[in-house]
Design a protein around this ligand. Structure first.
Ligand code: SF4
Length: 288
């Protein structure tokens, strides 16, 4: 079995920095709890727990002296709530997420209505919207949702994308808003790592030698799911968390597997999947 990796995949700079900050904190003897998964990868979360950094779902659950905010960011009010409980904050919010917090705040001050393209339940999007009056923003992901709103009533509109989206999927909805209100600006807020991983995943799937694509990443990782959406339009593709998820029947008649991974997938898991696939070849060679 031949294995080809995408030219770009896996850990982005934001996740690397978050991971490094938490490890440094632990190494220096710090005790803390992480609000939500530090990155959307179950293996990384398990490793953090082994290091003594438990994951909690709310600020009120924290009994340690420090709370860690993940790369996805949090609403500004969470910082105040943590301080009010006497907690210190280890903030690992990605700088690209902070850019959107800052730019959307500025747009709001200029009297613009905010539109966030993305998933209203994703922690990154909750970070942008939680503290806002619901009358000043919308979160959308489909053209149908865009059509339900009369955009002409707003004097001006600013559109932001959740950092890990595939913008092509939202183009129709964004164009609809732009056509309904000429005073609409869209901010190009999909981060560089997402774009590079998506571009490389598309190229990998288009490679004539690749029969099947395996996309490696966490169950809750939006950027991993978007990679899978891209490759599955071109080649048979499966979303896996690690080698254990690979079903033998997927590999029947396959001679070359393409591998890519979401921005929160450590290199070690990609190595493990590649080693497994190489082993499949050895096993089948032995049985022939
Ligand atoms: S995917 Fe992009 S926005 Fe998210 S943490 Fe990585 S670099 Fe930052």
């Amino acid at each position: 079995m031949k294995v080809k990796r995408a030219e770009k995949y896996g850990f982005c700079s934001g996740v690397r920095v978050a991971d490094m900050k938490v490890r440094k904190f632990v190494a220096s003897g710090g005790r803390g709890a992480i609000l939500g998964q530090v990155v959307h990868n179950e293996r990384v979360v398990e490793e953090m727990e082994r290091l003594g950094m438990r994951t909690v779902d709310s600020i009120d659950e924290v009994t340690e002296p420090v709370i860690v905010f993940s790369a996805h960011g949090v609403p500004a009010s969470y910082h105040e709530r943590a301080r009010a409980r006497g907690l210190q904050v280890l903030d690992t919010t990605c700088r690209f997420v902070y850019d959107i917090h800052r730019e959307s705040r500025r747009a709001l001050e200029e009297g613009r209505h905010l539109v966030f393209m993305g998933d209203p339940n994703h922690r990154e999007v909750i970070g942008y919207t939680h503290d806002l009056d619901p009358a000043v923003y919308h979160v959308l992901s489909t053209l149908e949702q865009a059509k339900e709103v009369d955009w002409s009533v707003y004097p001006a509109i600013s559109i932001f994308y959740q950092t890990t989206l595939n913008t092509e999927d939202f183009e129709e909805a964004v164009r609809f808003i732009e056509a309904s209100n000429p005073n609409t600006k869209r901010a190009d807020t999909v981060c560089y790592a997402t774009r590079e991983n998506q571009h490389a995943a598309r190229k990998l799937a288009e490679d004539p030698e690749v029969d099947l694509v395996l996309v490696i990443g966490g169950k809750h990782s939006a950027n991993t799911r978007h990679l899978w959406e891209i490759t599955s339009r071109i080649k048979p593709s499966h979303l896996i968390q690690g080698a254990a998820d690979i079903r033998p029947e997927w590999l029947d008649g396959i001679s070359c597997v393409g591998l890519t991974a979401g921005a929160s997938t450590p290199d070690s898991i990609v190595d493990e999947v590649e080693a497994f696939l190489t082993g499949v070849r050895e096993d089948s060679g032995a049985s022939n």
